[in-house]
Design a protein around this ligand. Structure first.
Ligand SMILES: Cc1cc2nc3c(=O)[nH]c(=O)nc-3n(C[C@H](O)[C@H](O)[C@H](O)COP(=O)(O)OP(=O)(O)OC[C@H]3O[C@@H](n4cnc5c(N)ncnc54)[C@H](O)[C@@H]3O)c2cc1C
Length: 320
């Protein structure tokens, strides 16, 4: 059986298991954690052609609601949660509309877009600890959320359910420049914007900038935007392509850095950067894992050589 992944890489595994009920977790007692790959929708992974171990999928699909507190199974589609919130007057994640993937994977890299990160709405996470082989509930603080990061990257936990607390009143976050520009260009009044219009606007912006993985296989942003200490770095050449985080740190645009070195690297015919967004790498068809990794390493090396900036690959690279 092939492992489904949005980059369209051909990948198989020795074994596949599905968690549909808590009892199913007992299979993990006899599995080597180093040979375990937990997968949701496969939209943030780059896979080599064979995983010599077990691929596990959590298929909990329940959504339980108690006032502003909702508990959502890891197997629920992210898009369904967005719709559920809109229908139930729970607010806050409109800016995260149209991010592909599952609810269980959302906390892993603390998904974010248009000035909002999911960690602001996570109350706690119910998981299975692969080291102690016990169920555990992690508080928001224990999850150690940061920009595209959390404790779950250590791979010690299978996320089963995510507990959220959403806003009961709609307070739109319209701080992100691309979002404000879109609303202005489309004469949408920000003082009377509704959650549905905000969500639809985000969807439209994303559709205009990001390729649909079903048509143009990709994993979204291929690198994280690097955050550098403002005083240690002369970033004037990135004017218009950097965002102050606070007094000490600046986030730089990886897309711009890639544009600046693109003529110095060789890109195989099977791959290309998306015309509307140079941080999105596309599989033109038949790209191999080795070609992708080679290209990403070339880019990292060139950007380091030219600007002394260390880029970090965003999707998880899986080869075993
Ligand atoms: C077109 C496109 C646009 C995107 N835009 C954004 C964006 O704006 N912002 C953003 O943050 N991301 C974005 N992404 C990345 C991706 O959508 C998110 O990271 C998403 O949360 C991945 O979900 P998934 O179910 O596909 O995870 P997978 O790719 O299946 O897995 C990702 C990671 O999570 C782990 N994992 C998955 N499920 C579990 C679980 N139940 N328990 C423990 N670990 C688990 C996996 O082991 C892996 O390490 C984009 C991707 C694409 C293709």
């Amino acid at each position: 059986m092939m492992i489904s992944n949005s980059f369209g890489l051909k990948a198989d595994a020795k074994n596949f298991i599905y968690i549909d009920a808590l009892n199913d977790l007992s299979v993990l007692d006899s599995i080597d954690n180093k040979r375990l790959l937990i997968l949701g929708a496969g939209t943030n992974v780059l896979l080599s052609n064979y995983f010599d171990g077990t691929v596990l999928a959590v298929r909990f699909k329940d959504i339980e609601i108690n006032d502003d507190f909702i508990s959502v199974g890891a197997g629920v589609d992210w898009a369904n949660l967005i719709e559920y919130c809109l229908a139930n007057r729970l607010y806050g994640i409109e800016n995260l509309t149209h991010i592909p993937g599952s609810v269980g994977a959302a906390p892993i890299q603390n998904i974010g877009a248009y000035g909002v990160e999911i960690s602001s709405f996570i109350h706690s996470i119910e998981c299975f600890n692969l080291k102690t082989k016990k169920l555990e509930t992690m508080t928001n603080e224990q999850c150690q959320f940061k920009y595209r990061d959390s404790i779950f990257k250590l791979k010690d936990f299978v996320i089963l359910k995510v507990n959220f607390v959403f806003n009961k009143t709609f307070k739109p976050n319209l701080s992100y420049p691309a979002l404000i520009n879109f609303l202005e260009d489309n004469s949408i009044d920000t003082s009377s914007i509704t959650p549905r219009i905000l969500s639809d606007s985000v969807k439209q912006i994303r559709n205009s900038k990001l390729p649909d993985p079903k048509i143009e296989p990709n994993v979204g942003s291929i690198f994280k935007n690097p955050i550098v200490k403002t005083n240690n770095f002369d970033d004037a050449f990135l004017d218009g392509h950097r965002w102050n985080q606070d007094d000490q740190y600046t986030k730089l645009s990886s897309a711009r850095l890639i544009e600046l070195i693109q003529s110095d690297i060789s890109i195989p015919d099977t791959l290309r950067f998306y015309e509307n967004h140079s941080l999105v790498l596309i599989n033109n068809g038949g790209a191999s894992f080795e070609e992708v990794i080679d290209l990403l390493h070339q880019i990292k090396a060139k950007i380091y050589e030219k600007f002394k900036i260390e880029l970090e690959i965003e999707p998880e690279i899986i080869s075993l």
